[in-house]
Design a protein around this ligand. Structure first.
Ligand code: ADP
Ligand code: MG
Length: 633
């Protein structure tokens, strides 16, 4: 063991810096918080190389007195508290007096500041925590910090920094949060000479939401204003249609500070229950005000998680505040079962009117000409054409007979029999095997019995009944088709009549620009279109007219989640694209569509499972029916 010594101040500061200053975004956070504490109404942050080589933070706040300037870089130098009791009613973001000393010790720093009363400003230059020069300069009121070459003298920390675009993303996140927390302050964020964000500072939270998330989101939010048990909840929540596949669009502020809170997130999401699909998370910017004694303030500055003394009252305030807005603004009423509905449930199933579904069947058109026009479902897939003419189904009327002969002319008794049988089949489900053995040729030659529940296609061939899940089948077809064309570098694009302009977050924008050619390879022609905004000129040709901004957002969310490291699109994203555009359950199909689906399915190498691994085709032998009906033993 060596001799014990007291570390020199600079070394101590460098070590302390490791705790406070982890990356360029921490510098930005500390500096901007200082600007807010100094009463600034305009704050500009400019960065280059993700903030690693250059960060400038300029404000129009109170400024620092000339005599205080050097002193501000001492450890534990703060103007914000004098003694421990001051912590009780602290209104500033900082108070430890550690940030400036830490930042200065691991960078080349320059600060220019001027107070209202001073005649001139003062510029101080430091390197690795040591003062290099100090001189007077002309400058406007306020403070401007430039931090160059962060961690230049601490290579171990420098090594842990990520790519420039990733670091820039962290900074952008921090600025967005600070802007959402302070609608009264105008924030400007410039990255590599491009203005990424500019908020008006007009005290209007919706304007900040507009600046950050764009017009489409700002148009789809609902105001929240609610008070309960000392809590005040204000802000905006998103309509269900702008929910996303992750929680990135949820910002929660407690007394002006960005926080994470499981209890608040739970209350928010519970309030949306039944309005959102699984794995969809609502948008929100919520400001919660609560008395200081109602939560644990003494948390580490880097930690965002907050502990509330009384969790159930926070839960209740957020839940009711959000739910009230949703009910009022979207007109969605909570489901209250009527007594009669409950009665039906409790009665034996035979009381459910058997005839009702038959009404639909009666309306089934008598000739194929009256069937809904064949959709463009398969028009998009020229490589696997539908060969209806090879079947004898191409003559109107013939189609009728062939495809519906089993179910068409049905008597009342048969209806009852059939219903019983389908209930039986329901209970048999578990005994039906996935038909890995199903002969594809057999499927092609099978008779179409019909479609049940607008979801499953029934085919009969020889002694086998085949049941095909139409969604699973189409999803598999789409996936194989997209994958194959992608692998062959085929051109996927179809030009949109009206290009779509989408506002993204800075992170998403960087991601899209980085992956521009990968997007192109699956048919998306995307170009930069101003600050964090892209224009989509072409979309993949397997999308029909229904393509929307939310489809694109979904692709983006999934791709960011599952394939940000790889240069090409992730398989998970392809699964999602295949699934999204695929034929849904509960959709009646024309016979042409059924035939097309089967032909396309049979052309695949693996038609047996959908991309999520669920079975596509089930089969049941005639013998199994006979056993179940006790015709044979
Ligand atoms: P803290 O914010 O915890 O007090 P810092 O190290 O971040 O500690 O800052 C030290 C002091 O420098 C602050 O207390 C404040 O007096 C002064 N200061 C820092 N940045 C600014 C600024 N942008 N405008 C005015 N004063 C500032
Ligand atoms: Mg500070």
């Amino acid at each position: 063991m060596s001799k014990i010594v007291i570390l020199d101040e600079n070394t101590a500061n460098q070590i302390a810096a490791g705790e406070v200053i982890e990356r360029p975004a921490s510098v930005v956070k500390e500096m901007v918080e200082n600007s807010i504490d100094a009463g600034a109404t305009q704050i500009t942050v400019e960065i280059r190389n993700g903030g690693i080589s250059y960060i400038r933070v300029t404000d129009n706040g109170s400024g620092i007195e000339k005599d205080d300037l050097e002193f501000a870089f001492e450890r534990h130098a703060t103007s914000k508290i004098r003694r421990i009791e001051d912590l009780e009613d602290l209104s500033t973001m900082g108070f430890r007096g550690e940030a400036l000393a830490s930042i200065a010790s691991v960078s080349q720093l320059e600060v220019t500041s001027k107070t209202e009363d001073a005649l001139t400003g003062t510029t101080l230059k430091m390197e690795g925590g040591r003062v290099i020069s100090i001189h007077q300069t002309g400058s406007p009121k306020g403070t401007s910090f430039i931090v160059r070459n962060l961690f230049y003298n601490t290579p171990a920390r420098y090594k842990f920094l990520k790519r420039d675009s990733t670091e820039a993303g962290y900074i952008s996140d921090i600025i967005q949060r600070l802007a959402l927390a302070n609608p009264g302050i105008s924030f400007k964020f410039i990255q590599n000479n491009r203005t990424q964000l500019h908020t008006p500072g007009n005290h209007d939270l919706l304007s900040v939401i507009y600046s950050i998330f764009g017009k489409d989101i700002a148009k789809s939010v609902l105001p929240v204003s609610y008070k309960s048990e000392g809590f005040v909840l204000e802000g905006f929540i998103g309509k269900p249609e702008i929910a996303r596949g992750n929680r990135n669009n949820q910002s929660i502020f407690l007394n002006g500070r960005y926080i994470k809170s499981k209890v608040i997130t739970k209350a928010l999401e519970d309030a949306y229950k039944t309005m959102l699909m699984q794995n969809k998370f609502p948008f929100c910017v919520l400001h919660l005000k609560s008395p200081a004694e109602s939560y644990d303030v003494n948390v580490h500055p880097q930690k965002l998680e907050v502990r509330f003394v009384n969790e159930s009252s926070v839960y209740s305030a957020v839940y009711h505040g959000v739910k009230g807005t949703l009910l009022r603004e979207t007109g969605i009423r909570e489901f209250e079962p009527k007594t009669s509905e409950i009665e039906v449930k409790n009665n034996p199933p035979v009381n459910i009117p058997l005839m009702e579904p038959r009404v639909n069947r009666k309306t089934r058109p008598e000739t194929s000409a009256e069937f809904p026009k064949q959709s463009t479902l398969f028009d998009r897939m020229p490589e696997i054409p539908v060969k209806i003419e090879e079947q004898d189904c191409n003559v109107p009327g013939e189609i009728e007979k062939k495809c519906y002969k089993e179910t068409h002319y049905i008597t009342e008794n048969e209806i009852i029999e059939e219903t019983k049988a389908s209930q039986e089949i329901g209970t048999l489900k578990e005994t039906i095997q996935t038909t890995e053995k199903a002969s594809l040729q057999e499927l092609l030659n099978a008779t179409i019995v019909g479609q049940v529940f607008d979801t499953y296609i029934l085919l009969q061939c020889g002694n086998n009944l085949y049941i095909i899940d139409q969604h699973a089948a189409h999803e598999r077809i789409r996936y194989e088709y997209i994958k194959q064309r992608h692998a062959n570098n085929q051109n996927f694009s179809q030009i949109m009549l009206e290009p779509v302009i989408i506002k993204l977050t800075a992170n998403e924008y960087d991601f899209v620009m980085e992956k521009q050619s990968a997007f192109q390879s699956i048919g998306f022609e995307i170009e930069a279109f101003g600050s964090n905004t892209v224009i989509i000129r072409s979309i993949p040709d397997f999308y029909e007219n229904s393509f929307s901004v939310s489809d694109f957002n979904e692709i983006l969310d999934r791709w960011i989640q599952t394939g940000s490291a790889q240069s090409d699109i992730s398989d998970e994203t392809l699964y999602m694209i295949s699934c999204k555009g695929a034929l849904k359950a509960n959709r009646p199909l024309s016979k042409e569509e059924i035939l097309g689906l089967i032909e396309n399915l049979c052309a695949l190498e693996n038609p047996y499972t959908c991309v999520h691994g669920r079975p596509v085709i089930l089969t049941m032998e005639k013998k199994e029916f006979e056993k179940r009906f006790k015709r044979i033993l």
